[in-house]
Design a protein around this ligand. Structure first.
Ligand SMILES: C[S@@+](CC[C@H](N)C(=O)[O-])C[C@H]1O[C@@H](n2cnc3c(N)ncnc32)[C@H](O)[C@@H]1O
Length: 278
């Protein structure tokens, strides 16, 4: 048996151990992604091999937390992919505006930048009074950061550019206060946001939503798991509800593909059909 084959067995056992001990299910994540992250964590931890790491995970919850952080990629930014936000402004806002109350769920929100960007955009478009935003992630560390509403002050220049390209109506600096090398987002943006721990693999429908945004999360899942999660989104959306995915994600191969209209194929914005009985 080759070293590679042994490594695959060790990783399978590690993921099983994580699931049995902590209930986090990484068994359906993309194999290549998990292998890269586990190897990286092994190197950083200085442990001998993956089997030793498995024992450590079982007996040391704090060690598990650091591994959990490594298994999930938390990269995000304000107005990431500005053309996506511009499309939301031009094509989605008129649809959302037809609802008396608007609930938007950002699944896999990481440290919240995407969610705060959406709050800014929907406020500028006059939808704030009837809006409720939900931000969920399965990683408590990033959720904690998200609740603080602090963004990187070194990235402000880039975020300002993104904001403008996304059709921003005022200036980005209206939305934060810079202090001690950090930028604190306006507290009134937070008023409309609830953060919660939610695991897309294990938890159920989150409530009936007018829009679900889940970008750059599904790429780490196997096709089977993507299919399951997209079904969860389908069940969580109202008729005519909007689903937004990341630029490298698709619902074309999923069971519910033909139950959505393509509102903007390039920006991965879909609308659940109004058809009765679905
Ligand atoms: C790359 S970030 C994407 C952040 C943001 N959506 C964006 O596009 O800028 C991926 C996030 O998905 C979260 N995630 C991964 N698997 C998850 C799961 N099973 N349930 C909930 N969140 C998950 C990770 O913790 C991470 O914060």
């Amino acid at each position: 048996m080759s070293n590679r084959e042994i490594e695959i067995i060790e990783i399978t056992l590690l993921l099983e151990a994580i699931f049995l001990r902590y209930g986090y299910d990484f068994r359906s994540y993309s194999g290549a992604h998990i292998r890269r992250r586990v190897r990286r964590h092994l190197e950083l931890s200085g442990l001998e091999n993956i089997s030793v790491m498995q024992h450590r995970v079982l007996t040391d919850p704090e060690f598990f937390q650091t591994l959990l952080y490594d298994l999930s990629i938390n990269v995000t930014e304000m107005f990431r992919d500005p053309s996506f936000f511009l499309a939301v402004r031009n094509k989605v806002v008129p649809i959302l505006a037809t609802h008396p109350f608007i609930k938007v769920w950002h699944a896999g929100c990481a440290s919240g930048e995407e969610l705060y960007s959406m709050a800014i955009l929907l406020r500028e478009e006059g939808l704030f009074p009837r809006l409720q935003l939900y931000g969920t992630d399965f990683n408590d560390l990033v959720l904690h950061k998200a609740k603080e509403g602090i963004i990187s002050s070194t990235a402000i220049k880039e975020y300002t550019k993104n904001y403008q390209e996304a059709g921003g109506k005022t200036t980005f600096s209206d939305y934060y206060t810079a202090k001690y090398g950090r930028a604190l987002l306006s507290p009134d943006l937070k008023e409309k946001i609830l953060f919660a721990n939610h695991n897309l693999v294990m938890d159920q429908v989150f409530g009936e939503m007018q829009m679900i945004v889940c970008r750059n999360v599904l790429i780490y899942f196997s096709r089977e798991l993507q299919n399951r999660v997209i079904r969860l989104f389908y069940d969580s959306l109202c008729r005519g509800g909007i689903l937004c995915l990341g630029s490298r994600e698709s619902l074309n191969f999923t069971d519910v593909s033909d139950k959505f209209d393509r509102l903007d194929e390039k920006e991965r914005i879909f609308q659940k059909k109004y058809t009765k009985g679905t």
